[in-house]
Design a binder for this molecule. Structure first.
Ligand code: FDA
Length: 343
């Protein structure tokens, strides 16, 4: 990223980015936020947009707002800072939609190094992975084999691996692989993610509660059609509260469910706090989770009020789709992007 680009290349990248930003502005005024979000999610998955946007000379600096750095060293440094502030961490070696078996193996090897490094350095961190990074797009068994290697290494150290949830076409197979490693291979150090925007999630949660699974609940970061996901934010939020309560219920906790409530939303956080107070649920029975670089004051405030908080810390060179999803979640972030364009 630090390599120098020829001036014409830079100019083309700036003009390209300018066009993208103009497109974004037109979308907001003409179609509103929902369509802007859909457009940004499309851009996060598009190769031509990745080339244009990640080619911009200042982009690395901009991405640093949400990404700890490109190297394992930088990720470990960020983890130490967060640990010193009383927060635990989940580390994500960025990568997704891998279409080459070698690349999937390389990702797996990098993550094994990461697991070793967590153990050697003694930081308070586990690991999050995406199955599409481990080769799910090539063949289910490639992703499964890679995941088993990661779980095996993490288990050696008493550590855990959380399987992130991706777009809706991958939900069934992701849950199936989670069940396979959990039930058939006996890995109780595997965790899963549920998205409250999906209609199906309540049914999935009922099964996970029976199994006493280790679950992160989030709203969902992709653009999903109204046939399968709540189009209104208020419904996604109401479902988030409902699923939180299901996974914090007596029966869920007795079965061994440990919930990560992953949100930056004051209302979701307050609803959780009120529920755990009313049900007399101990702080060690659940945790809040937030993304690196988002709502830092809220992060500090939760810790100072005695809540357990884990920060999701992404690192690596494949930051583009992760970064654009963060823009999609909050259109105001686009102004931050634009201000850097003209700096
Ligand atoms: P909401 O979007 O309503 O935001 C509430 C407030 O938080 C906003 O008003 C703003 O102040 C702040 N905020 C939220 N996003 C911001 C941003 N990008 N930049 C600046 N401020 C922002 N999704 C998924 O599909 N699969 C997954 O595996 C995960 N994993 C995951 C792990 C962790 C630890 C977290 C916190 C989130 C995820 N997500 C995810 C992302 C999640 O689905 C969701 O897109 C974001 O968390 C945004 O939703 P909120 O719950 O924060 O609420």
């Amino acid at each position: 990223m630090s390599e120098k680009k020829p001036k014409t290349g830079r100019l083309a990248a700036i003009v390209g980015a300018f066009l993208l930003v103009s497109l974004a502005i037109i979308f907001v005024f003409k179609y509103g936020e929902r369509w802007l979000r859909i457009m940004l999610i499309y851009l996060s998955q598009s190769n031509w947009a990745r080339k244009v946007i990640s080619g911009l000379p200042f982009m690395q600096g901009v991405a640093r707002r949400f990404v700890a750095g490109e190297t394992l060293e930088e990720a470990m440094a960020a983890t130490r800072v967060l640990n010193a502030r009383g927060m635990s961490v989940t580390l994500d070696y960025l990568g997704e939609r891998v279409t080459d078996k070698e690349l999937a193996s390389e990702s797996c090897a990098e993550i094994i190094d990461l697991i070793d490094r967590i153990e050697i350095s003694g930081v308070d961190a586990n690991v999050s992975v995406k199955l599409s990074q481990l080769g799910l797009g090539i063949h289910r068994d490639i992703a499964l084999e890679n995941l088993l290697q990661l779980l095996d290494r993490a288990k050696l150290y008493g550590n855990k691996i959380r399987i992130d949830m991706e777009e809706s076409e991958l939900v069934d197979i992701t849950l199936e692989i989670f069940q396979t490693v959990h039930d058939d291979h006996g890995f109780d150090n595997a965790g899963i993610v549920i998205q409250s925007y999906l209609y199906r999630s309540e049914e999935d949660v009922v099964k996970l509660v029976e199994d006493g699974a280790w679950v992160r609940l989030c709203k969902g970061a992709y653009a999903e059609p109204p046939e399968i996901a709540f189009p209104q934010k208020s419904d996604t939020d109401a479902n988030f509260v409902k699923l939180t309560q299901l996974m914090l219920s007596d029966i869920a906790r007795e079965n061994g469910v440990y919930l990560g409530v992953a949100t930056h939303d004051d209302t979701m956080i307050q609803a959780t706090i009120e529920y755990v107070r009313s049900e007399d649920i101990a702080p060690e029975d659940y945790e809040f989770q937030m993304l690196y670089g988002i709502r830092r004051e809220l992060q500090e405030s939760l810790v100072s009020r005695g809540h357990n908080l884990r920060i999701y810390v992404p690192y690596g060179t494949a930051w583009y789709p992760y970064f654009v999803r963060r823009l999609a979640e909050r259109p105001a972030n686009i102004w931050f992007f634009i201000s850097n364009l003209f700096r």
